[in-house]
Ligand binder design. Structure first.
Ligand code: GLP
Length: 236
């Protein structure tokens, strides 16, 4: 595990963007595993900046996202598909058809889970997976208690997660109660992992995840077992 302490949010974002850009420059055909939440926004905007300066080319790159709310269409401004388009894909030269987010509106969600796992396999797996972390230690939407061996599956969101994400929806009752997420097993199969965390409110959970016992009650603690994990954090 490599742990990099950043000076502030901008520094954390640049360092994370550096890791991602190195991946794309060295292997232009990389499959990037991407994440939503407020934490990665700065890294995405830094990558956009470097793309505009001509430093990075995403034309051969593919991406798979971790998760999506169930019931939200990609055109809904709270969906993770919409988030990715607005915060990243619309401003770089990745081909939209090479960007994948689980479909939260699929008629058969079980079939959608299977399709998503097969899709990741067909792309040859994930080269670099970016991860944020929830206050309860969730990664993607794998909430405490989720079995480590799960691949893509449906989850009921924890009350704490609904509360934390209400800030994007305006009120708690508007937050979907269910999501589709890559499982811990899918995440652990990525060849490299990059975990980012920002803010004083993330200090305790990051400490527990990186240095505490490995337990499904802290889903991110399993990352300790990954052979190629980089963590960039800033708790200021
Ligand atoms: C959501 C996402 C996670 C993300 C987490 C933390 O629940 N599903 O992938 O890591 O929020 O979000 P933030 O970065 O806003 O703290």
């Amino acid at each position: 595990m490599r742990i990099i302490e950043a000076k502030d949010y901008a520094d954390m974002s640049r360092k994370a963007a550096n890791v991602i850009s190195a991946q794309v420059i060295l292997e232009p055909r990389s499959v990037l595993g991407l994440a939503t939440g407020s934490t990665p926004i700065g890294a995405y905007s830094q990558l956009i900046d470097w793309y505009k300066k001509g430093d990075i080319d995403f034309s051969l790159t593919k991406s798979v996202n971790l998760d999506e709310y169930i019931g939200l269409d990609g055109s809904d401004d709270q969906s993770y598909r919409y988030f990715m388009n607005r915060n990243f894909f619309d401003s770089i030269n990745i081909k939209k058809e090479n960007t994948f987010v689980p479909n939260g509106k699929a008629a058969d969600m079980e079939a959608e889970c299977k399709r998503y796992d097969e899709l990741i396999d067909s792309l040859g797996g994930i080269d670099l997976q970016l991860l944020g972390i929830g206050h309860d230690g969730h990664i993607g939407f794998n909430e405490p208690g989720a079995a480590f061996e799960k691949t893509t599956h449906i989850v009921e969101l924890e009350e704490a997660t609904i509360k934390a994400n209400a800030r994007f929806f305006g009120s708690e009752d508007k937050v979907p109660k269910k999501a589709i997420t890559m499982g811990i097993k899918s995440i652990m199969q990525a060849r490299k992992l990059l975990l980012i965390a920002n803010g004083p409110d993330k200090r305790d959970i990051v400490e527990k995840a990186l240095h505490g016992p490995v337990t499904p009650m802290v889903p991110a603690s399993i990352l300790q077992f990954h052979p190629n994990l980089t963590v960039v954090y800033c708790f200021n």
